[in-house]
Design a protein around this ligand. Structure first.
Ligand code: GTP
Length: 157
């Protein structure tokens, strides 16, 4: 288990075990790979981030991951792997997110990407994400660093 602070100095707990914090987390975050590129979404307020969001009442976290990727990027997931979970101890509330790795099959342009401006592809993620104002705060802590380490070691060929 890893413990660190996020961009807003909230405490974060991260683990790559099976559902360490909750069997029914209410949030999901999906690291997406399209061929040899990373697929992110351009969130209207927060900037570039891997897609994700809230699990709706009627769905499972896995289904929420597939739906959020589709809504925010137009992409269809061909393979979805649970890789871990993190918990953010916010000032008002605590949230728990499942982290997934997804291989993308195809990306279809959408007429509306809801709260985002749609997909953006990166051959490599920049080194300066922590200081780069185009990137969302959710990409600026060790959740990204440690998750990418795991994904690169275990999944990306
Ligand atoms: P609404 O209910 O739609 O208003 O959502 P909200 O604005 O309360 O946000 P949400 O429930 O998604 O998250 C609550 C707080 O948790 C946010 O204000 C963030 O500070 C924090 N948070 C959400 N997602 C992440 C994340 O991926 N990483 C970090 N570090 N903090 C997050």
């Amino acid at each position: 288990m890893f413990r660190f602070k996020d961009y807003y100095h909230n405490e974060v707990h991260l683990s790559f075990e099976e559902y360490p914090f909750s069997k029914e987390p209410k949030h999901v975050w999906v690291i997406c790979r399209y061929g040899d590129q990373w697929l992110l979404t351009i969130h209207r307020d927060r900037g570039y981030e891997f897609p994700g969001g809230k699990v709706e009442n009627s769905e499972s976290p896995d289904d929420a991951a597939l739906r959020e990727v589709k809504e925010e990027t137009g992409a269809t997931v061909s393979k979805l792997r649970y890789i871990g979970q993190y918990k953010v101890l916010g000032k008002e509330k605590t949230i728990i997110k499942n982290i997934y790795y997804a291989e993308i099959g195809e990306i279809t342009p959408q007429s509306d990407y809801l709260e985002t401006k749609g997909p953006i592809l990166f051959a490599a993620l920049p080194e300066d994400i922590g200081r780069n104002r185009k990137f969302s705060f959710i990409m600026k802590d060790d959740v990204l660093v440690k998750s990418l380490e795991k994904v690169l070691a275990e999944y990306v060929v």
